[in-house]
Design a protein around this ligand. Sequence first.
Ligand SMILES: Cc1cc2nc3c(=O)[nH]c(=O)nc-3n(C[C@H](O)[C@H](O)[C@H](O)COP(=O)(O)OP(=O)(O)OC[C@H]3O[C@@H](n4cnc5c(N)ncnc54)[C@H](O)[C@@H]3O)c2cc1C
Length: 522
Amino acid sequence: MTVLIVGAGPVGLTTAHELLRRGVEVRVVDAADGPARNSRAAAMHARTIELLDQAGLYDRFDSRATQGAGIAFHVDGVEMARMNARFTTQRTRFNKVWLIDQVITEGLLRDAVTALGGRIEFGVRLTSLTEHPDRVAVSLRRDESNEDESAEFEWLVGCDGGRSTVRSQLDIRLQGDSSETWLIADAELDFATPVEHDRIRWVRADGDSMMIFPLVGERRWRLLDTVDVDHDVDGPEAAEAVAKRFSRKLSRGLGTDVTVNVPTWVSVFTIQQRAVNTMQSSRCFLAGDAAHVHSPASGQGLNTGMQDAVNLAWKLAAVIAGDAPTELLETYSSERVPVGQSLLGSTRMATMLVEMRNTAVDRALPAVFDFLKALPPVFHALEQTFIGGMSALAIAYPTSLLTVPDTNTTRPGPTAGQRLAQVTETDARTPSWTAVLAALRRPGWLLLTGPDGLDPHPLPRFVTSLPVTDLAADHLGLHTDAWLLVRPDGYVSARGNGPTRLDRTLSRLPMHTTAVAAAGRT
Ligand SMILES: Cc1cc2nc3c(=O)[nH]c(=O)nc-3n(C[C@H](O)[C@H](O)[C@H](O)COP(=O)(O)OP(=O)(O)OC[C@H]3O[C@@H](n4cnc5c(N)ncnc54)[C@H](O)[C@@H]3O)c2cc1C
């Protein structure tokens, strides 16, 4: 077998799906006795939705998700402000946040993996691994029989979560210093006066803050608060106490009587805010929570992990297919480590919103909100930083080895290193953009040219060429002999004019660019 994927959470399953759709054989093992039953992630952001669309999975998720509207801020019974999940500084055809239970997400991904012939082996735990220059040897324990199996793989991807065995076997450390203890409960809520069930609420009452997140299902919410490490949540009495605690705080904060019914799930856990400084050790990789763990307040872990998986899988598939040297794989770590590390800062901000316990803050808060509302541009900028930041739409790789910058500052459209599909929902429906977005769903590289194509030109076999017309050509600056080279994960690698510049660009990429296909006026 070519690739061992350790862990069948959302990140392992995304890795498996991305590899399978590129024809790579995978084995997926998970130590748990079956699929996870407790939900965790509830929010899916715009960049992840774009990647699901590229993977051909958009419709399945869309039919199971509901739309989130943004966040509202309440202080001592008054709604002070609301921020909307609309991105104005980053164009996307998915201008929204999806609310979808992680249990559902994993189920849909498992179905997608199975549909491509993949199989998920539950009850199989990786216990050790040894790296060799040409392979990885592993020991797997089958929980049911307690039998050990030795096996060898060409590559291994550790998607085995925050307590990753793969990470410790590779002797890679999570770095960072902060840790928080969270009280989480999922419960049905009844409000004396209606509260829309489509928006996160940051609620402050008597010097304490908490957050509530709408979940799929009528009246279902996730309640989040920070607590002391030794807070007791076991047993029915504890669950009732949790319900009372949240009822009291929410009633005061929202300014209406709130009944929190006995929670269906209560948990207290301590989360480290940490990240690794490398995601690769020769033939082994880390992805998702195995590489970076964050506070749940920011709703980022699953999204970032699935984006890791997409970034890694096309590169691994290209190396396995002989289309790229192993040097390509180094760009996984160099592109994704900074993303994981920068999240530590932004999730700390979300955590701070819940942890604020200073009554001086309370006295200042109404004035702060009034000030911001009186200055719409400032408020809007804050909104786009906070909510737009979560969307991950602004992530770009301008300094990557896979990016060839150009000096043309007047050409419209995305620059090298940015997402290609910076297009609104309305424009995405036009025939020219529909053709571009359909081409993006193919698993390889894409060469977009002007309507007349380039002069017949040999291309590497992993590149497909598409002449672009009308509105999309205008948006992307694709006229006369202009072209755009797009990576399989939808980022622009380079743009330029004419075949000579294209040849030079291709020769700079860490790919085997042996020409076998002809581009141009097809
Ligand atoms: C309460 C809560 C709310 C959250 N809300 C959000 C949110 O709204 N949005 C968001 O993006 N993120 C959110 N997150 C974070 C999100 O749940 C995680 O980031 C996500 O589950 C990470 O996925 P993963 O596949 O990397 O790891 P996991 O989901 O932890 O999966 C790892 C898998 O590996 C298996 N495994 C472990 N060790 C081994 C081994 N040795 N051998 C074989 N298998 C092994 C485990 O059984 C498990 O199935 C939240 C987290 C929590 C706790």
